[in-house]
Design a protein. Structure first.
Length: 269
């Protein structure tokens, strides 16, 4: 089995090293990561700047490792199309510093790495950790928690058109309360703008993460379950077309007939 790994924290982030070390027990690992942090960059790709993939010997035992001056989506796309001789059997994005919950799936570069794999029909997973400072994290504890979860993920077939968003509590395996399969809580707005005055009296705005101050979640919220000690896994489906919606919208325009020859042509010049 061949697994392509990426992240949005950058190739030197401790989370990617922990992920590679766990994965090497199960598969041949290839690493294609941004050369610097690309958090919250969503699914952007690089169009007007040439990409460079610099080979690095960062992870002993990895079959290939490249630092790319692009986004997580660039890294996965380049890895699949150019860097690897054959497409991977799996794409895993992470382990991200900080959870990705609810609406984060639209903003997160970690998520985008998994989605890019999904676009190629490759089973893909995004993995994030509910902790915020690398200086305080014992990644040995994280690896022991993630190992049995990864083993299950690799042994099973992820449904077609779906990627999995996994959030790990920063707890030992013995204390973790278990695993919950939940939808992302899209009703929660985690980030809000804070207005500040500059020295000239003009207002500028900064996005503030309210995660630590939020409460009153619903019982099945991924935010609440992760906070109370569960691993949360959300199967995310990205459908690009809805047949039933097509038929509904066709009815909106059924009365329009642009092929009619009874009306005079309109000159829009």
């Amino acid at each position: 089995m061949k697994v392509l790994v990426t992240n949005d924290d950058g190739i030197f982030a401790p989370g990617i090293q922990a992920l590679v070390e766990v994965l090497q027990h199960f598969a041949d690992v290839y690493v294609s990561c941004p050369d610097q942090e690309r958090s919250a960059i969503s699914h952007s790709i690089t169009l007007r700047v040439p990409l460079k993939a610099k080979p690095l010997a960062l992870f002993p035992g990895a079959k290939g490792c490249w630092a790319v001056n692009g986004t997580p989506a660039d890294c996965v796309k380049l890895g699949i199309e150019v860097l690897m001789k054959e497409p991977p059997d799996f794409v895993i994005s992470g382990i991200n510093l900080g959870p990705n919950l609810g609406r984060d799936l639209y903003y997160s570069g970690t998520m985008a790495g998994a989605v890019e794999g999904l676009l190629y029909g490759i089973p893909s997973v995004a993995v994030s950790l509910n902790a915020f400072s690398d200086m305080d994290i014992n990644y040995e504890k994280v690896k022991k928690l993630f190992y049995p979860i990864l083993e299950v993920l690799l042994q099973n077939k992820i449904p077609k058109g779906v990627f999995l968003n996994v959030n790990l509590p920063y707890l030992s395996k013995e204390i973790c309360k278990g695993i919950r399969i939940v939808p992302p809580d899209m009703k929660v707005s985690r980030y809000s703008y804070v207005g500040l005055n500059d020295p000239h009296g003009l207002v500028y705005y900064w996005l503030k993460d309210q995660l630590h101050h939020m409460k009153d979640f619903e019982n099945d919220s991924d935010f609440l379950l992760l906070r109370t000690g569960f691993v949360t896994i959300s199967p995310i489906e990205f459908r690009t077309f809805h047949k039933r919606k097509q038929e509904q919208i066709e009815r909106w325009f059924a009365h329009l007939n642009f092929a009619s020859t009874d009306e005079e042509e309109i000159d829009y010049a």
